[in-house]
Design a protein around this ligand. Sequence first.
Ligand SMILES: CC(C)(COP(=O)(O)OP(=O)(O)OC[C@H]1O[C@@H](n2cnc3c(N)ncnc32)[C@H](O)[C@@H]1OP(=O)(O)O)[C@@H](O)C(=O)NCCC(=O)NCCS
Length: 186
Amino acid sequence: MIHLQTQRLIIRDHKTSDLESHHKLMSDDKIMYHIQDIQTNSIEESEKNLQDAINEIENPNRTMYFLRIESKQGEHIGEIGYTVTDFTPMGKLVHLGYFIYPQYWGKGYVTEALKELMEFAFMNNNVFRITTGCFKENIGSEKVMIKCGMVKEGEYKKIQWHDGEMKDRVSYRILLEEWIEFNNIY
Ligand SMILES: CC(C)(COP(=O)(O)OP(=O)(O)OC[C@H]1O[C@@H](n2cnc3c(N)ncnc32)[C@H](O)[C@@H]1OP(=O)(O)O)[C@@H](O)C(=O)NCCC(=O)NCCS
């Protein structure tokens, strides 16, 4: 069971009792605007998404690390996590995602959560390389990547149809060695 703590946040594995708030978040049009591919459209879909995440907790070959972000007072703030895309002799390659409720945007929560998740990934979960990406117009998301020490790998012109037009995307990475250097760990 993963249970991480930061100054303001708890980042933890899911429980079945998370369903109601999990569904509210995952099915919200505003929150999921830039990540419509993972938006759920019914309580059944949200339940499956939650159950899939819970089923992975005890899997010795776990590939999904989908975690819930809560305040220390127990309010649901959002979600953060990664999927293992490859197991290599050097460690895991993972792809990251995050989304939180609008009332918490712009307060540094995702940056705080991601820094903690990176520490877990690199120090305790044998991760070698983390990647993520977003629409170029999703300024807040790209800023989170930069503030956590990620390095831009690519910019893709008019690569994805979204809300009536072709949009640009950016992609970022951070390697274990880059994370160590960024955090001045010797
Ligand atoms: C994108 C998102 C995850 C950012 O989370 P957050 O907790 O608000 O991020 P932080 O507060 O840690 O940092 C965001 C930074 O971007 C800035 N920012 C946020 N939205 C912005 C916008 N629309 N335009 C310009 N800057 C913006 C914030 O001011 C902050 O910058 P600062 O630290 O220099 O003040 C959050 O807005 C969200 O959940 N959005 C909906 C889901 C989503 O798009 N997820 C990412 C998919 S790739």
